[in-house]
Design a protein around this ligand. Structure first.
Ligand code: SAM
Length: 343
């Protein structure tokens, strides 16, 4: 493990190209696993450069594959690089890189969805939440099917300061399908405004750094790719539990073209729906005829704060799920029908 605080100017020795590595280890991308590789070192260098100053930083790369971004990172004066790759086929090639960068690269065969980063780097890296971000950075170009659930999991980790955020306000640079990147940064009133915009922006400063055209990848995916940077906020814009915020946001956006009161109403059981929705909107001072995309983070903050107050007054409320009520309603109707026909 590289010593913390020691500045080094390391360069990788000459190595076979990523294309040659792919041939050598027979690493053909598996389409069903959405493996799209970045082979152009100018682009992998750009991702690393745009991630910010990584000098002497402990970096966690998720899904390194044949190692394009990995190489750019190793040439960026980082303290140490830990990579977690799920597909065994890539491990020998990564191990070869590790041999070329003694003490710099740790290769783990594992799953990023379950890997525990909180114990992987030295304790001494930990910073207070209010301090500048720690010298820890998360970076990765993952399949889109993994990157979206993973960012939701990491946002929840930010809300409770665990996982990668046990070190403090760890910054992340991750790729997403361009449309998802646009949703992550979408501002109030924009067409792309969605659940993901609120969930990400209430906890982080989110920046869409740049877009990589699909043709830069091998094989070429159907879509372009957005590189997104996240810095957790010292003070979240909504100070309520993640699951509560998620529930309010999810309900609002389920009818994204309707007035916001339609989705919010579904937070309440049918018997009290009209009255409670009116009370929520009035106390939160939100115009019921705004569309979900027109609601600002401040609107969401007020809605979450008032909904929290209502949940405290009625301890059954948070567990209420209108889909369950719908299912039960359908079941009851079916039973009535069955009785009518003597079934
Ligand atoms: N980062 C490489 C690049 O830019 O060329 C590879 C990108 S490819 C889109 C995604 C990589 O993530 C693949 O190597 C794949 O095996 C790996 N991967 C997919 N799911 C993973 C998971 N749950 N945990 C760790 N690695 C994963």
């Amino acid at each position: 493990m590289a010593a913390s605080g020691k500045l080094s100017t390391f360069r990788l020795p000459p190595l076979p190209t990523i294309r040659e590595i792919i041939k050598l280890f027979r690493l053909q991308a598996m389409k069903q696993l959405s493996q799209n590789f970045l082979l152009d070192s100018r682009l992998t260098d750009k991702i690393v450069r745009k991630a910010g100053n990584l000098t002497n930083t402990y970096v966690y790369e998720v899904g390194p594959g044949p190692g394009g971004i990995t190489r750019s990172l190793l040439n960026a004066n980082i303290a140490e690089l830990l990579v977690v790759e799920k597909d065994t086929r890539f491990i020998p090639g990564l191990q070869m890189l590790s041999d070329a960068a003694p003490g710099k690269l740790r290769v783990v065969h594992g799953d990023v969805l379950t890997f525990k980063l909180e114990k992987a780097f030295p304790e001494s890296l930990k910073r207070n939440w209010e301090d500048d971000p720690p010298k820890v950075h998360v970076i990765g170009n993952l399949p889109f099917s993994v990157s979206t659930p993973l960012i939701v999991k990491w946002l929840e980790n930010i809300s409770v300061k665990d996982g990668p955020f046990a070190y403090g306000r760890t910054q992340m640079t991750l790729t997403f399908q361009k449309e998802v990147a646009e949703r992550l940064v979408a501002t109030t009133g924009s067409k792309q405004r969605s659940r993901l915009s609120i969930m990400a922006q209430y906890l982080c400063n989110v920046k869409h750094l740049f877009t990589i055209p699909g043709q830069a990848f091998v094989p070429k995916p159907e879509v372009d790719v957005g590189v997104v940077h996240f810095t957790p906020l010292i003070q979240p814009r909504i100070e309520q539990p993640f699951k509560l915020v998620e529930k309010v946001v999810q309900n609002v956006f389920q009818f994204r073209r309707k007035y916001c009161h339609r989705g919010l109403a579904m937070l309440f059981p049918e018997a009290q729906r009209l009255e409670s929705t009116g009370r929520l909107l009035q106390l939160a001072d939100v115009d019921p005829t705004l569309r979900p995309t027109q609601l600002s983070l401040l609107h969401f903050k007020s809605l979450c704060d008032i909904y929290r107050r209502m949940c405290d007054e009625d301890p059954q409320l948070f567990a209420y799920n209108f889909r369950e009520e719908l299912k039960q309603g359908k079941r009851k109707n079916q039973e009535k029908e069955d009785e009518r026909y003597g079934l």
